[in-house]
Design a protein around this ligand. Structure first.
Ligand SMILES: CC(C)(COP(=O)(O)OP(=O)(O)OC[C@H]1O[C@@H](n2cnc3c(N)ncnc32)[C@H](O)[C@@H]1OP(=O)(O)O)[C@@H](O)C(=O)NCCC(=O)NCCS
Length: 246
C-alpha cells in the first residue's frame, strides 16, 4: 500500500523519564502514516500486541502471515514529529496505490528519508478466505488511542480487502469489547452470531461480525464519507500549518 497517510495531531506525549522517578511530558505534533508491515517490524508490533491482547502470536506466525502475499495483508501505523518520509520506487509487487493512498498523497506532503526511525503505534492485518477478508488483528498503542489511529488502520485494511478483491469483511471480537465493536459498526459491520467460549484466556464468547458487500456503490459511498470525516478529524487535531496544505 505504501500509503503516506498522515494526520497531524497535538498529543501529550511522554518525552523522557528521569531517574525512574519523574516523567516529563511535552506537547508535540505528530504525523501518522500507514505502511506494509515488514519482518523487521515484528518486535515493535509484538510490544503493542502484548499491551492489547492476552494471547500473543509468535514472531514465526507474523513472518508466515507477512510472507503470504497471495492472501494476507499486514499494516503498521507509524508516528513522526516531522512529515513522513516519501516512499520511493513502485508500490510493493507493482500494486496500484489504494484510494486511501491517493487521497492522502494529495493531502499531505512528504519528506525524504527512512520511515524506520518512526515508531510503530498501531498495526492490523487480514487474510483472504475464498472471497471474504477476515480481519485478524487491529491494535493501537494505548498512548495513542482515541485519536483516529484505529480508524485509519481499519481504512487501510478496507483498501487491502479491495486490493485482494474480497467481497465481504468479517471478524471476531470479544462480546465485552464495546470500543472495538463501535468502530466496526461505524464501518458497516453487523453482529451475525457468537462463538461460545472462543477466547481461551477467560472463556469469553466472540461476537461474529460481517459487512455487507464492500463492492456496492452504497458501501463505497459510506466509506468515502467516513474517510472525509476522518481526515477532517485529523485536520482539526492538527496545529494547522504546512502539513495540511491542500
Ligand atoms: C479498538 C482500537 C483499535 C480503536 O483504536 P483507536 O485509535 O483508539 O480508535 P479511534 O480513535 O480511531 O476511534 C474510532 C472509533 O472507535 C470507537 N471508539 C474509540 N474509542 C472509543 C471509546 N473510548 N469509547 C467508545 N468508542 C470508542 C468509536 O466508534 C470511534 O469513532 P468516533 O470517534 O467517531 O466515535 C483500540 O482501542 C485498541 O487497540 N484496543 C485494544 C485492542 C483491541 O481490542 N482490538 C480489537 C480486537 S477485535
Amino acid at each position: 500500500m505504501g500509503a503516506q497517510v498522515a494526520g497531524e495531531i497535538r498529543s501529550l506525549a511522554t518525552c523522557a523519564r528521569l531517574c525512574g522517578l519523574l516523567s516529563l511530558y511535552e506537547v508535540t505534533r505528530m504525523y501518522y502514516f500507514i505502511e506494509p508491515m515488514t519482518e523487521d517490524d515484528i518486535p515493535e508490533v509484538q510490544q503493542i500486541e502484548s499491551q492489547s491482547f492476552t494471547t500473543p502470536w509468535s514472531a514465526n506466525t507474523y513472518r508466515r502471515e507477512i510472507r503470504n502475499q497471495a492472501s494476507c495483508r499486514y499494516l503498521v501505523v507509524r508516528s513522526s514529529p516531522t512529515p513522513p518520509p516519501a516512499r520511493h520506487g513502485p508500490a510493493p509487487q507493482g500494486r496500484r496505490p489504494g484510494l486511501l493512498s491517493q487521497i492522502a498523497a494529495a493531502l499531505f506532503p512528504s519528506a525524504n528519508g527512512s520511515s524506520h526511525s518512526c515508531p510503530i503505534i498501531g498495526y492490523g492485518g487480514l487474510w483472504l478466505t475464498v472471497n471474504d477478508a477476515h480481519v485478524t488483528a487491529i491494535a493501537v498503542d494505548p498512548l495513542h488511542r482515541g485519536r483516529g489511529v484505529g480508524e485509519l488502520l481499519l481504512n487501510g485494511l478496507i483498501d487491502a480487502a479491495y486490493e485482494l478483491q474480497a467481497q465481504l469483511l468479517t471478524l471476531e471480537v470479544r462480546v465485552s469489547n464495546s470500543v472495538a465493536q463501535r468502530l466496526y459498526v461505524k464501518y458497516g459491520f453487523q453482529p451475525t452470531g457468537t462463538r461460545p467460549r472462543y477466547y481461551t484466556d477467560n472463556g469469553e464468547d466472540a461476537l461474529i461480525m460481517w459487512t455487507e458487500s464492500i463492492g456496492t456503490p452504497e458501501y463505497r459511498q459510506r466509506v468515502s464519507q467516513l474517510r472525509r470525516q476522518l481526515y477532517a478529524r485529523l485536520q482539526r487535531q492538527t496545529a494547522g500549518r504546512s502539513a495540511l496544505r491542500v
